[in-house]
Design a protein around this ligand. Structure first.
Ligand code: NAP
Length: 478
């Protein structure tokens, strides 16, 4: 019997489509699922798409693979992934590769890689983005793990990955151990920020200009022809155009305004706090989802908290629409700049040696945040691999300079009209903090020294100093 070049265990939506993608690309794929019915239905419904070898037991599944064996695990993250890895470990041999393509927390991936390396197995934690459709038609793939496993695995993954317009596969070896899952996590964090910013733009247009969803859909569709062109802007127009069959209303008006989350935004923010990287756009987006789901608090506040917005009106309709577009673009650049900062910080902390420009390259197609301007990000890092922040790249600095007035007007108008725009506002505050000549941090250092003798540094003399606050208030060198 011919053996399979690759195996997939876990055949829910993602695993099933990934297995079909391998088969459609000419690979013989071994398939397995804990409950065999999913394996049987995959072969019954799609067996004609390529060469599948279905197994009911994990033992038969492993036996159906070419040596060295490559097994893609696509099950629920957390405990289930550990359970499947433990079972596989007893069946695999040194030199075999386990790929965890689920949404694992990168620290779990680091732990698993270490444990499996001690047993002679290669463990590759790989981010996969693009949802159900991407898994089938070509996702963006972010594999970590040992570089030597990429020699075998890389060509297979590159074949099934999405291709950018220039034909480059959206898959690259990100770096050792948890690097792949870390980058996927930040990708999702940026996705949160992007979606929140789009949501705020919609809300401002809706409330500020009293437009209906269908009218706003046309604005997004038009924006999708320019610099903002992206999958998320495109689907925003689709969602806003959708009419609810039951009520005849816009679908967006009958959907509960309580945003869910599966945790990758929260992970991104937690990691950013540990690394000391201000990812304010992602944090605001994550908290905005949390506020939307605080049903009790929102109910209690409605009708009690006053708006005091007066009778402020936006008079220049076209001008405001253009302002919102520019504010959205500038805030989006901030979210990406912060996400790239976080990847760089983790790469330095964990010794991953990640090439930042490559991240923008592999996000150009297949993934949820695919966007026209990722090409510009790649170019920025090609011009200067040590760019301190994307915001100072000449291209982006100029683009934002053109829109900064609009950005300020939009943030001010959101405050004046009482339409919450936390991600717009905090992105602008981040921009202003970076460009400020002096920050009030000097005062904070003074306060810290006052109550905790935490000391401070001076602008004019080297060294560390403390003022004797409860004594004669003279300064001493600490
Ligand atoms: P899922 O709902 O997260 O997981 C269901 C799969 O896990 C089923 O095959 C299930 O087997 C298996 N499973 C659960 N517990 C198990 C255990 N203890 N032992 C063995 N198998 C177990 O599936 P999914 O939505 O396809 O996602 C798979 C992975 O991809 C997840 O880590 C997810 O976070 C990640 N991901 C999902 C998306 C997406 O758009 N859905 C996008 C990117 C990444 P049974 O059928 O036997 O229950």
């Amino acid at each position: 019997m011919a053996l399979a070049q690759i195996g997939v265990t876990g055949l829910a939506v993602m695993g099933r489509n990934l297995a079909r993608n391998f088969a459609r690309n000419g690979f013989t794929v071994a398939v397995h699922n804990r409950s065999a019915e999913k394996m049987r239905s995959l072969i019954a419904e799609h067996g004609d798409e390529g060469d599948f070898i279905g197994s009911e037991s994990l033992e038969d599944f492993v036996a159906s693979l070419q040596v060295p064996r490559t097994v893609v695990v696509m099950v629920q993250a957390g405990g289930p992934t550990d359970a499947v890895i433990d079972q596989l470990t007893t069946l695999l041999e040194p030199g075999d590769i386990i790929v965890d393509a689920g949404n694992a927390l990168y620290t779990d991936t680091m732990r698993r890689e270490k444990d499996l390396a001690a047993k002679g197995l290669h463990f590759v934690g790989s981010g996969v983005s693009g949802g159900e459709e991407g898994a089938l038609l070509g996702p963006s793939i972010m594999p970590g793990g040992p570089a030597e496993s990429y020699v075998t695995l890389g060509p297979i993954l590159e074949k099934i990955a999405a291709k950018a317009e220039d034909g480059t596969p959206c898959c690259v070896h990100i770096g050792p151990d948890g690097a792949g899952h870390f980058v996927k996590m930040v990708h999702n964090g940026i996705e949160y920020a992007d979606m929140q910013l789009i949501g705020e733009a919609y809300d401002l247009l809706r409330t500020g200009l009293d437009l209906n969803p269908a009218e706003i859909a046309e604005i997004f569709a038009e924006w999708n022809q320019g610099d903002l062109e992206s999958f998320l802007i495109e689907i925003t127009a689709e969602v806003l155009r959708q009419t609810d069959a039951r009520t005849g209303k816009a679908l967006v008006d009958v959907i509960k305004d309580e945003a869910g989350q599966k945790g990758t935004g929260r992970w991104t923010v937690k990691s950013a706090l540990d690394l000391g990287v201000p990812v304010t756009g992602i944090a605001e987006a994550t908290f905005a989802r949390a506020i939307s789901s605080q049903v009790k608090q929102r109910e209690a506040a409605r009708g009690v908290l006053t708006a005091s917005t007066g009778d402020f009106h936006i008079n220049n309709r076209e001008g405001f629409i253009e302002d919102v577009r520019l504010a959205l673009y500038a805030s989006k650049v901030v979210a990406y700049a912060q996400g790239f900062d976080q990847i760089r910080a983790a790469s330095e902390e964990f010794g991953w040696d990640i090439t930042l420009g490559d991240m923008a390259k592999i996000w150009r197609a297949g993934c949820i945040i695919r966007a026209r301007f990722l090409d510009r990000i790649t170019q920025a890092f090609e011009r200067d691999a040590d760019l301190p922040t994307l915001l100072v790249d000449p291209y982006f600095a100029d683009e934002i300079a053109e829109g900064v007035g609009a950005w300020r007007r939009v943030v001010a108008q959101s405050a004046l009209t009482g339409v919450p725009a936390p991600a717009f506002a905090s992105s602008l505050a981040y921009y202003d903090s970076l460009r400020a000549e002096r920050l009030p941090a000097a005062l904070i250092q003074g306060q810290r020294d006052f109550f905790g003798a935490h000391t401070y540094k001076r602008v004019d003399v080297d060294g560390t100093f403390h003022t004797l606050w409860s004594g004669d208030r003279s300064e001493v060198e600490a």
